[in-house]
Ligand binder design. Structure first.
Ligand code: EPU
Length: 420
């Protein structure tokens, strides 16, 4: 297994280009199943999750090719039953359920399990599909959905902690080919949902209100092939912005959307990070004294759960107490114990992590537990005196395009090696 070996203590300096958004591209790739015509997606990050989704599409009968950030998919003839073991390995693949059902009139997809960050139920996905008049069963580990003709409806998709991102994606994709009008109330407002809506509209779908809690989809008979450029990855941007601040560096992030990062930038400002946002670039300036902040994760436009771990790493630098409350996933603090190996003082109290910052940090061997936890450990490694080894880097490769190369281009001493 690959590992990162980091020699910390070097401020990051220079420019880094932000890649296309993983969480936008996965549902967009699933949406290509809605048409028998070819689709072309550009600005696709070269990530293991993207290639995994490619394998899933191929296993359903579609052709999928990736070259230099461009994906061509042609789902001419597809089957409705997904490969059990393949699909269950990637939670994000649940978003093939809606498009398969809409295109084939039925779908069989393995029931996704929980994961390290929480239980991750799909009750809201199933509620939405039932509302569209699908029959839903869970049998032998599969979710089986069937509907000769989906029917437009009004459905409330808010859950325990608010809207669901992939649940909204599934229902909006299914509704594009339903008969009549579907209104999703409490729809997720994430930029990735808006990007998916843009792709679906380019395919001929009729969607209004994407990016607001009330989305209206008027079903059409058929969707056609389309081309699309994926939005920049706001979480990758947040990660590099935080890494720059954590090393007291000066880094310009290019090709990004500052408007997608309002909550993160607001928190960084409160923490004393200085920056200049101009058009599609964001320059993090050195010299800010990092102050403790309190933050709660929320659905968009609030502070994203996917940047919580990285902010926690930054708070290790802030003398005093920061309270970081995780409101989206119940066990997304696995990084706290690993950060403790580097000298961090973090107490977990229910959904909150109380971070006492300003402690000396020194490098150690740590283990990544999920994608964003890995990013936090890398940031902390960059802040540490000495050598940090971050094991199980395959988690990071799921969602960060060539992070080691990008960090090296900013002057970081990061090497990819094999776990010993
Ligand atoms: N939830 C339910 N029932 C459902 C669906 C969700 O109760 O049917 C709950 C979840 O348990 C959670 C909350 O609703 O407490 C939000 O989950 P959501 O469905 O929005 O998460 P997701 O769509 O499965 C996507 C991203 C995650 C990101 C979350 C929240 C993708 C592929 N994944 O997951 O990304 O954390 O939205 O923003 O888009 C990551 O990139 O590291 C990552 C985990």
């Amino acid at each position: 297994m690959d590992t990162f070996i980091i020699k910390g203590g070097v401020p990051l300096y220079g420019e880094v280009a932000i890649s296309g958004a993983k969480n936008a591209v996965l549902p967009i790739l699933a949406a290509t199943l809605l048409t028998s015509e070819p689709c072309v997606i550009r600005r696709v990050p070269n990530l293991s999750d993207v290639h995994f989704m490619g394998r899933i599409l191929r296993s359903l009968g579609a052709s999928f090719s990736y070259e230099n950030g461009m994906v061509a998919v042609h789902a001419n003839r597809i089957k409705a039953r997904g490969d059990y073991d393949l699909i269950r390995k990637m939670r994000g693949s649940i978003c093939i359920l809606g498009p398969l059902l809409a295109r084939k009139g039925k779908a069989n997809v393995s029931m996704p399990g929980g994961c390290i960050i929480g239980t991750r139920p799909i009750d809201l996905h199933l509620k939405g599909l039932k509302a569209l008049s699908a029959e839903v069963k869970v049998r032998e580990g599969y979710v089986q959905v069937e509907a000769k003709q989906l029917k437009g409806t009004e459905v409330f998709l808010g859950g325990r902690v608010g809207p669901t991102v992939l649940g909204t994606a599934n229902i909006m994709m299914a509704a594009t080919l339903a008969e009549g009008v579907t209104i999703i109330e409490s729809a997720a407002c994430e930029p990735e949902i808006v990007d998916l809506a843009h792709f679906l509209i380019a395919m001929g779908a009729k969607i209004q209100g994407a990016g607001t809690p009330r989305m209206t989809i008027t079903g059409v008979n058929k969707l056609h092939g389309a081309e699309h450029d994926v939005i920049p990855d706001r979480i990758e941007a947040a990660t590099y912005a935080i890494a720059a601040a954590a090393t007291n560096g000066e880094v310009t992030l290019k090709d990004m959307r500052c408007d997608h990062l309002a909550a993160v930038l607001d928190k960084l400002k409160e923490a004393g990070v200085q920056f200049e946002a101009k058009g599609t670039s964001l320059k993090i300036l050195s010299g800010g004294n990092i102050q403790p902040v309190d933050v709660s994760t929320q659905p968009y436009t609030g502070f994203p759960t996917d940047a919580q771990a990285q902010l926690m790493a930054l708070m290790l630098k802030a003398p005093g107490l920061s309270i970081i409350t995780e409101r989206i996933f119940e066990s997304r603090f696995m990084h706290a114990n690993e950060l403790a190996r580097l000298g961090a003082d973090i107490a977990i109290e229910g959904p909150s992590a109380i971070v006492r910052g300003g402690m000396p940090l020194s490098g150690a061997k740590v283990m990544a537990s999920d994608l964003r936890a890995s990013a936090a450990l890398v940031i902390a490694g960059l802040m540490c005196e000495g050598r940090t080894q971050v094991n199980r880097i395959y988690h990071l490769d799921r969602g960060y395009e060539v992070m080691d190369k990008k960090l090296r281009s900013l002057g970081a001493r990061v090497k990819r090696g094999k776990e010993s």
